[in-house]
Design a protein. Structure first.
Length: 318
């Protein structure tokens, strides 16, 4: 119970800090948001919009009003001249796209990185290991947006194998859905593959020096059994930690990738909200991302006890 209470407190603290900092940054932006939202409105319409947005109130008052609505499930509205629409409507349609992109990227990254990391540790010091390490460092150094443009140009434009932008829902046309997600997934996953592979390789090399690994070998356990049954599980704790912490990096990368590939996800909504000074919508979407980040790391922490019973026993004794 103490563990759950501590995590709940962390969730609330992160939510408050992130959303208030976002509100503070928006407050520091130059210009009048009413002028940006409704550039052709008359004075009366602008005043009505200003009152609806509570722009004449202090920042802390506006933030408190927004927070109260967010906690009750009201994400606010998109505002225009004499019209507004709920942010929740757009979030409901955009959230699945962003979640699918991150799930695809994380799954693909782990599926590629784990076997390559294990093989690299098994062949540590060989030419193949050195080549793999050099390739990993090169992939880490490539920014997501640069890789996106490279894949779009060579695979999408020159070869014409895959679409360079747009999104097709899986329920509408699954083969086209897969095609529309391949390039964004590759762009987001490549850097993660390199990081995960290097981490797992380092931990596996250390684990393979342990006494119980030597004992397993002396009992005649084949190399594949030593690697996958005895060495991988204790070596995956660091990988799991970084995979959880990397959700923030993954989310940030996904926001950029969605704009570059014109995917109708949360990243596209945030990009449009920033340009239109829709600060209520922006705060709500940033808050949703913060909540998701903390929840995912909460489940990662629970998985520690599954992978390493010593953590579970230590927590029980504490």
């Amino acid at each position: 119970m103490r563990f759950l209470a501590r995590r709940l407190f962390q969730l609330l603290a992160v939510l408050l800090l992130v959303t208030f900092f976002t509100a503070l940054l928006i407050e520091m932006l130059p210009g009048d948001p009413v002028q940006t939202i409704a550039p052709f409105a008359d004075d009366e319409q602008r005043q009505e919009l200003r009152e609806d947005l509570n722009l004449d109130d202090p920042l802390i008052v506006r933030y408190g009003a927004w927070l109260g609505g967010f906690v009750s499930g009201d994400l606010g509205d998109y505002y225009a001249v004499q019209s507004k629409r709920p942010v929740m409507d757009d979030v409901k349609s955009a959230m699945p796209v962003s979640l699918l992109l991150m799930v695809y990227a994380q799954t693909f990254a782990l599926a590629v990185a784990i076997p390559f990391g294990v093989f690299s540790a098994y062949r540590a010091g060989t030419t193949l290991d050195k080549l793999g390490s050099a390739t990993a460092f090169a992939l880490i150094a490539i920014p997501n947006f640069v890789l996106a443009y490279i894949l779009q140009y060579y695979i999408g434009v020159k070869l014409g194998w895959l679409p360079v932008s747009g999104y097709t829902e899986a329920s509408v046309n699954y083969p086209e859905h897969v095609k529309s997600m391949i390039l964004p997934t590759l762009t987001l996953a490549v850097g993660q593959i390199a990081i995960y592979m290097r981490l797992l390789r380092s931990d596996m090399i250390a684990t393979l020096q342990e006494d119980y690994i030597t004992m397993a070998k002396s009992k005649g356990v084949p190399a594949s059994g030593v690697l996958w049954r005895h060495a991988l599980r204790p070596s995956s704790l660091t990988l799991l930690t970084v995979a959880g912490l990397n959700v923030g990096t993954l989310i940030g990368g996904a926001l950029i990738i969605e704009v570059l590939f014109q995917l109708p996800g949360i990243g596209q909504l945030i990009y449009e909200a920033i340009g239109a000074r829709q600060y209520v919508a922006l705060q709500s979407m940033v808050a949703l991302i913060a909540v998701g980040y903390v929840i995912i790391n909460f489940f990662v922490d629970l998985l520690y006890a599954v992978l390493d019973p010593r953590i579970r026993h230590a927590r029980a004794l504490g």
